[in-house]
Design a protein around this ligand. Structure first.
Ligand code: AHR
Length: 491
């Protein structure tokens, strides 16, 4: 059996793991909002002000810390004034399926949803097809206390108190669907929009500039040369895991062979390299870490399920996705000095969703279970580790067999591990440099790699307790099964 060595030192915290790393993304896309989260007040599906109760419960269970809305590409075509009050104007969703939406889910509904979830709202503003005035007045509507024209409109619509807004994105993928801009042009546009983006209820609002696509390091370099911490709190980064690397034939969610599995894992591990390289560029211009990185779109992107609308990006979710989630969350934790937030794409019924719905049924996907298992990392302190991990050479891909992250909170150490091998278990030697280990408890997700939760069998992939480990003084010797995600709480 191969062995992985992980030494950690509780007395050496390196960075805070912002709970927002465990964030989600909800776009007007397919059945994410309409017929997903939002069914309307008159629906027979149990709801609160139109929002499905079962979804609220499931998202609260994984302590959803932040939700991004309304897009994605949709954001740069969204006009918020059409989605408030009694008479709403329909909108043609040109990016996703060409459907006409009635705008019954708008600003008020989104902020109410965030209040129900007790999470931070993260707005994506329209830079490409909107105006500076439109964005400025949106913020006035949301955050102004007094009798300003927009605050009065909000009050007329039934909300007296302003909402709190901590994160504002200015544009989305402006190198692509958001205007096909050059980095220089975007930087100038961003500065203009940011100048007038005033929050009347929170002077610490974090303004997020559209950062790079995957490994476009030139975009980051130009933005860092042109943006300053007094008007930019973070750059976003988008990177999707596409198994084959071919956007025209990405690979199926449910049927994949070993080769495609290892391609998926290698592709997802590229996240570590791109974060490291973007961070190195950011370090050159911002040694004090004032401009952070937000990975506000990540996850697996497969071919849509047969028979579904190709513009709706509906895909199933297997044990492979659980491993992908475990790997990425470990990567984000380990980069938490620079990475302040991440948002899985997308929360319900789209791409690597944590929740799938069909009529009044709902399932929690394997990915949901990983978010549940990793809860203790939220707002914990990442500690220093040194790792020596066996490498796998599979199907032409060389990848580390095990990934990990270790944090400490309230005197307890929390370790999360993934074993990426399809066939081999791995012994993990966890060595505490800070003293004796007294006790430990564990959890695991491990099923056949193609197993998934479906509406007629919603609990085939779920969390079980795990105790295949021994304590030996200051060491924990763990037997990590093939293709598994494990968490350990150590005292
Ligand atoms: O998440 C789906 C789409 O992927 C988003 O709208 C866009 O930002 C990205 O290209």
């Amino acid at each position: 059996m191969k062995t992985a060595y992980i030494k950690y030192d509780n007395n050496k915290p390196i960075s805070h793991i912002n709970k927002e790393i465990y964030g989600h993304f909800s776009e007007h896309l397919g059945r994410c909002i309409y017929n997903g989260i939002f069914v309307g007040k008159d629906s027979e599906i149990p709801n609160t002000n139109g929002i499905r109760n079962d979804i609220i419960e499931a998202l609260k269970e994984i302590k959803t810390p932040v939700l991004r809305w309304p897009g994605g590409c949709f954001a740069d075509e969204y006009h918020w004034q059409d989605g408030i009050g009694k008479d709403r104007k329909p909108i043609l969703n040109t990016n996703w399926g060409g459907v006409v939406e009635d705008n019954s889910f708008g600003t008020d509904e989104f902020f109410n949803l965030c209040e129900m979830l007790e999470c931070e709202p993260y707005l994506a503003g329209n830079l490409a097809s909107g105006t500076v005035r439109e964005l400025a007045s949106w913020l006035e509507y949301i955050t102004h206390w007094g009798d300003s024209p927009m605050a009065l409109k909000r009050k007329e619509n039934g909300r007296l108190e302003p909402w709190k807004l901590k994160y504002l994105g200015i544009g989305n993928e402006n190198w692509g669907c958001g205007g096909n801009m050059r980095a220089e042009t975007y930087a100038d546009e961003y500065r203009r929009y940011a100048t007038f983006a005033k929050n009347y209820n929170n002077s610490d609002m974090i303004k997020v500039a559209c950062g790079p696509n995957a490994d476009d390091y030139g975009w980051t370099e130009t933005l860092m040369q042109n943006l300053k911490p007094w008007h930019t709190g973070a750059l976003s980064l988008h990177y999707y895991t596409v198994p084959t690397g071919n956007w025209d034939k990405k690979g199926a969610a449910l049927s994949f062979d070993d080769k495609e599995y290892y391609q998926t894992i290698a592709s997802t591990m590229f996240m570590d390299e791109i974060i490291s390289k973007h961070s190195a560029i950011m370090d050159k211009y911002d040694r004090d870490n004032n401009i952070r990185l937000i990975v506000d779109e990540w996850g697996c992107w497969y071919d849509v399920e047969e028979g579904t609308n190709p513009g709706f990006l509906y895909q199933q979710n297997t044990m492979r996705d659980a491993i992908v989630a475990g790997i990425n969350l470990n990567i984000f934790n380990n980069h938490s000095k620079r990475v302040m937030m991440a948002n899985l794409a997308q929360v319900v019924n789209v791409l690597q969703a944590v929740i799938l719905t069909d009529g009044d049924s709902m399932v929690k996907t394997p990915t949901w279970h990983v978010f549940k298992m990793y809860l203790d990392h939220q707002d914990a302190e990442l500690v220093r580790t040194s790792c020596a991990v066996p490498m796998l050479d599979e199907e032409g891909k060389t990848i580390p067999m095990v990934t990990s992250s270790v944090s400490v909170k309230e005197g307890k150490t929390f370790v999360t591990l993934t074993n990426c091998s399809l066939s081999e278990e791995c012994e993990v030697l966890l060595d505490s440099e800070s003293g004796i280990i007294n006790e430990a408890t564990g959890e695991i997700i491990c099923t056949d790699i193609t197993e998934f939760n479906d509406f007629d069998e919603p609990e085939k992939v779920f969390i079980k307790s795990f105790n295949d480990f021994k304590i030996n003084s200051n060491k924990l010797i763990v037997k990590l099964p093939a293709h598994s995600v494990v968490s350990l709480r150590i005292k």
